[in-house]
Each structure stands twice: as C-alpha cells, then as structure tokens.
Write a protein of this length. Structure first.
Length: 314
C-alpha cells in the first residue's frame, strides 16, 4: 500500500458529527490518503507538537485478527529499528481502546509513481536509484529485507529525497533461524510485477531480493513501464518473473546507454547469485558508470535529489 502526501487542510475533511476532528491520543485524524488489505492511512497532526504525520491504522478484515495485530506490531518494531534519511521515520505506535496504529512521516511530494508518468533522464533516474540503494544498504546492515520495493512504496520528501515506506511484509532476518530465512510459501507476499524469483520458488531471501525489485524499478524509471506490464494476470506475471528474461533497456529506449542497460540487467538476473549481493555493491557500480559518462558531479543535475545522501554505513 502506498502512503501519499496531502496538505494540512486535509485534516478538516474527515470529521465526526460533532464537527470536531477525530482524536486518537495526541493525534487529530483527517482524511483517508491510502488503503491496503489490512490497514488504512490517514492524514493526521500531532496536536501538542503541531507536526503532520501519516496515521496507518490496522483494519483486519480477513484471516486472524491476532495474527494481523502481531504482524502490524512487527512492522512498527522493524521501522523503529531503522534510522536513515532514505527510510520513512516512525514517530509512534498507538495502542488505545482496541485501536492499533503507526504514526510516521508524511511525504509532501507524493510517490515515485508520479515521476514515472512524467519520465526521467538517465541521470535523474540515477539520482533516484542512489537514494533507494542508500536506504536498502541501511536495511541490509540491520538484516532487514523489505520484500515490496516498488515506485508506489517510495515517497518523495519536500526536498526531493526518496524515502522507502510500507514495511508491512518486511522481514528481520536477525530475529529468525536459518529455516525461516528460506522462502517456502506457496502464495508469496509482494507485488507480482516486482517479485524476485526466490520469493516464489523455495530459496533463500536476502538483500539481493530487494536488489531485484530495485532493478525492476530502475527499468520502469527508464522505460516508463515495468518489464511485464503487458500482462495483467498476476499468475502469468509471476511465471514470467521466474522464467522470462527482462529485455535490455537500451533495446527499448535508444537514448539509454549500453552501460546503464547492462547495469539494470545485472540487477534483474534471475539467479540471486548472478545479481549484486548487496545494495551497496549495486550503488558503487552505478556511481562508477555515471561518473565515467557524466563526470564526478553527475548528481548535481539529478533534480529529484537536491541533497545527496552520502552515508552508506548500515
């Protein structure tokens, strides 16, 4: 599910019959800004601090409510363990009168999905990917895999920085044994158009799994669509993710360099061992190729990322 940004006036659009904004603890709750299978996100404001927030409220409709609550708490715990400029910050876990919610950053420029519709130059795409890979490097250092990297889960802050959001199916490998780090589920969680083969087939998941999704996102930034966008049936999309090679970007967009196209193809290799094993490895290769093509200051022209994020430590 995607969290989008709305102005503070949204707080006045959803009110109970009394005319007052709904209150949950210190938060005034505004209009709905996102929805998933188990939760709804509202625009909100912390009344004492005057700070805007996204208020993600658990609304389990299927399955076990207890399991849904446990997974929601795990999402909050994982988010709370992270601290990086390219990861959405969590402010609070609200547990009050049977209501469970996560208060977190609210982006002001929407999601990366809108940028794809406008189209990006190679250097702009590189700047966006640098932020994504910086955030994923931090996750890898904390033994966390996101498992649902895609444009609608990548928020754009007011100063153009990309922030990874929606950790609803993220896993902390540090808290699991070896067997649980191996995917054996029959119905994988995630989004078919960005799903790595090992999320479907029995196999070990890890940072390389998020690298695959970052590669699909890179393809989409450069081409304007995901590799298998011509297929709408989810099962067929998953089958193509497993068996069909992602076409080279330069075959579809003549303006994209052969080097960038090869880099994207490396990230979306079907076998995990053939991909970069970490986001940092993918980033260093991207920085080298863009520096060779556009100079060491290539990020100066990357409009979305006005402030480069240079901290690659976990």
């Amino acid at each position: 599910m995607s969290v989008v940004a709305l102005p503070d006036t949204d707080l006045a659009t959803t009110r109970p019959p009394s005319g007052e904004a709904r209150r949950v603890g210190p938060y005034a709750i505004g209009r709905e800004i996102g929805r998933g299978t188990t939760s709804i996100v509202y625009a909100a404001r912390h009344l004492r601090l005057g700070r805007g927030a996204a208020f993600k409220e658990l609304r389990v409709r299927t399955g076990s409510p207890a399991l849904g609550a446990a997974m929601f708490r795990e999402e909050a715990r994982i988010l709370g363990s992270l601290d990086h400029a390219n990861v959405v910050a969590v402010h609070d876990l609200v547990d009050q009168d049977g209501l469970l919610a996560i208060a977190m950053d609210r982006a002001t420029r929407g999601t990366l999905r809108s940028c794809i519709r406008r189209g990006l130059r190679e250097d702009q795409a590189g700047g966006v990917l640098a932020d994504i890979l910086a955030g994923l490097t931090h996750l890898g250092g904390r033994d966390v895999v996101h498992l649902d990297i895609k444009p609608s889960n990548l928020l754009i802050s007011h100063d153009g920085v990309i922030k990874i959001a929606d950790f609803g199916i993220a896993q902390s490998l540090r808290a699991q044994d070896v067997r649980s780090a191996v995917n054996t589920v029959q119905s994988p969680a995630g989004t078919p158009h960005y799903l790595a083969p090992e999320q479907v087939l029995p196999g070990r998941i890890g940072p390389w799994t998020d690298v695959y999704a970052a590669g699909v996102t890179a393809f989409e930034l450069l081409v304007g669509r995901s590799p298998f966008a011509d297929t709408t049936d989810p099962v067929e999309v998953v089958e193509r993710q497993i068996y069909e090679r992602v076409p080279p970007v330069c075959d579809l967009v003549p303006g994209v360099s052969h080097e960038m196209s090869e880099w994207v193809s490396w990230l979306v290799s079907k076998a995990p061992a053939d991909r970069p094993q970490s986001a940092a490895e993918a980033w260093h290769a991207l920085d080298r190729l863009l520096s060779d093509r556009r100079g060491l200051r290539w990020r100066d022209d990357a409009a979305l990322t006005r402030r480069p994020v240079l901290d690659w430590s976990p």
